[in-house]
Design a protein around this ligand. Structure first.
Ligand SMILES: O=C(O)CCC(=O)C(=O)O
Length: 276
């Protein structure tokens, strides 16, 4: 095991290679015991009526519930994360839940940026029932972390806004067994297909940054020549205590800023990047 300062490292050489090439890998993560504990934890804190078609525990309004879910997920899964990687700290652990419903697709998106250096940022996604053809496959565009500028937020328009269908046609549709984890670089374009399995599907989303990296949230403002982006330093418990989806500018000290030329990809651009 080598620990490189400022970088999250993988304990498994094959996973490290696959992250370096296509930007993601799938590995066994937790067993049946942990999955039962995680189902119990969720149902102890969230009422069935609160779920709707899709439910994201980061947007749960009660801070005590968000904290209890985060603490419980870390108690149950923390040791497994430590076996998988080094030099990280967890800044988000949450549930993403889908009822069985044809409208339960989670659309194409890039997750929000949380570090200044994009390579310091890894996500893992763990379905707690088989996420295969009917259970809501996780679909990801290989190598896409290199395709666009690395800063994403609700206030920054998606570079993929005009090429969603083409991007979807070139994605890897992953059938992931319950308890396995998709480990992926944060800047990867992804979406998840509807859960029509007949069962409610719980999944975990856990986000980590390098130990030395400050946690930031990006805020973008459109200007005449592009987008001005501020990276705002926020405390480590930000996602447990602040409202995640809010349109306004987060409070905190700006520790980096840049102007980027906002390029909305055309089909030709995307095909040149994919290289088919
Ligand atoms: O749970 C899912 O189906 C996908 C979750 C996801 O993509 C996300 O939270 O960014």
């Amino acid at each position: 095991m080598t620990i490189q300062q400022g970088r999250i490292g993988m304990e498994d050489a094959a996973l490290e290679r696959s992250l370096a090439t296509v930007g993601y890998g799938v590995v066994p993560f937790i067993g049946d015991v942990e999955m039962v504990q995680l189902h119990r934890l969720f149902h102890a804190h969230v009422h069935e009526q609160a779920i709707g078609i899709k439910f994201d525990s980061l947007t749960e309004p009660t801070v005590a519930v968000r904290r209890a879910l985060h603490d419980g997920i870390m108690r149950i899964c923390g040791h497994r994360i430590a076996q998988l990687m080094n030099n990280y700290r967890v800044v988000i652990s949450m549930y993403y839940v889908k009822k069985s419903d044809s409208g339960s697709e989670l659309g194409l998106h890039l997750d929000p940026s949380m570090t200044i250096e994009p390579n310091d940022h890894i996500g893992i996604w763990v379905p707690l029932i088989d996420a295969d053809g009917s259970g809501g496959e996780f679909c990801i565009l290989p190598s896409s972390r290199h395709y666009t500028h690395p800063y994403h937020a609700l206030s920054i328009p998606s570079p993929y806004g005009q090429v969603g269908d083409l991007a979807k046609a070139h994605m890897d549709n992953l059938s992931v067994r319950a308890g396995h984890a998709v480990v992926f670089h944060n800047n990867m374009l992804h979406y998840s297909r509807p859960n029509v399995s007949g069962r409610t599907r719980l999944a975990l989303v856990i986000k980590m940054i390098a130990v030395e990296a400050p946690l930031v949230t990006a805020f973008g403002r459109q200007t005449d020549d592009g987008i001005e982006i501020d990276l705002i330093h926020v405390p480590d418990d930000y996602y447990r205590t602040a409202a995640f989806i809010k349109s306004g500018r987060p409070e905190g000290q700006v520790i980096a800023g840049m102007n980027i030329c906002h390029r909305v990809l055309t089909e030709k651009d995307l095909m040149a990047l994919i290289g088919d």
